[in-house]
Design a binder for this molecule. Sequence first.
Ligand SMILES: [Zn+2]
Length: 202
Amino acid sequence: MDGSPASRPRHVMDPGTFTSNFNNKPWVSGQRETYLCYKVERLHNDTWVLLNQHRGFLRNQAKNVLRDDYGCHAELCFLGEVPSWQLDPAQTYRVTWFISWSPCFSRGCAGQVRAFLQENTHMKLRIFAARIYDYDFLYQEALRTLRDAGAQVSIMTYEEFKHCWDTFVDHQGRPFQPWDGLDEHSQALSGRLRAILQNQGN
Ligand SMILES: [Zn+2]
């Protein structure tokens, strides 16, 4: 292992990486990568308690066809990490993802997340996406599959962007600076998501 962010979860992200990859402009271009920040909480006496040791971020692993390596989407990289944590199946956990692109359908991510949730009924999943990944023509299927599997699917708002900045970024004490249009884009994307989940998307 080379210890690169592509292959290993790390706790804090470079500020520029965060602001360019989590920008929620719908016409954003050049963000071919998916970043996934995650945190895990355990239910204890009706309260969610953060497990600090299971917090970090992942990036999808690029494919390298020449090396016969088809890469790994960030969601699947995450699912691959979970067994090593040896969570107690008798407890209830809540995983929260803050993900720069919503999961895909065609390449299997949504289906694998569904299978994971079916096998791990002690884990709940909340997904906050910065943008809807509509480069996949079945992206609406992906969002409905995740919802039907019990995941809570939402669009990131100012609150989640700020939380990510405060939690996952090496901000060196600088406060989160929202970019132009953050709220407008977030509201528009939330409206789109709502329509998709009500089967009215187009
Ligand atoms: Zn995917």
